[in-house]
Design a protein around this ligand. Structure first.
Ligand SMILES: [Zn+2]
Length: 161
């Protein structure tokens, strides 16, 4: 069995201002604060803060609700960072979309090229190719129907296996 030892640092056996022992949870929070981690999720905290961005926003909204605030300081760090994050995300998404579009365009151009070559070579082959795909599609659908209309006993046996 693995032995677990009590952490020994400046927070062990810490006492509150009134002399009573500090709770295990409170000491855990103080350790996180000393390491510069978010108190809630242990991600790196914002500079000079106690929480990560997500939990900083949660704390902000909680206090706003409690204090009944109406005005918003939109230049504050939590708003700024959230905005930056959103912008970065939108940029990333735009870049991804661009990449996807370019890929699709390439594929389309390749397809059109092949089609052109086929039509140039022989019209007959072009006609036969779609016919093949149609037969494949036809072949696929009946098998599905068969699976659905199997007798109950066999279906049960399949379920057991
Ligand atoms: Zn957090």
């Amino acid at each position: 069995m693995k032995r677990r030892f009590k952490i020994q640092d400046r927070f062990t056996n810490m006492k509150k201002a009134d002399g009573t022992p500090m709770s295990r949870q409170q000491i855990h929070m103080l350790r996180k604060r000393a390491r510069g981690l978010c108190w809630i999720c242990s991600k790196p905290a914002l500079e000079g803060g106690y929480f990560c961005l997500e939990h900083q926003i949660q704390a902000r909204e909680r206090m706003r609700k409690k204090l009944g605030c109406r005005r918003r300081n939109l230049g504050a760090t939590s708003y700024k960072l959230k905005k930056e994050e959103a912008e970065a995300r939108s940029k990333r998404q735009a870049a991804q979309a661009k990449r996807a579009n370019s890929k699709a365009a390439k594929a389309k151009s390749a397809q059109s090229k092949s089609k052109v070559s086929v039509t140039k070579a022989k019209a007959k082959t072009a006609k036969t190719k779609p016919a093949k795909t149609k037969t494949q599609a036809k072949a696929k659908t009946p098998t599905r129907k068969k699976a659905k209309t199997l007798p109950r006993t066999t279906r049960r046996a399949m379920a057991r296996n």
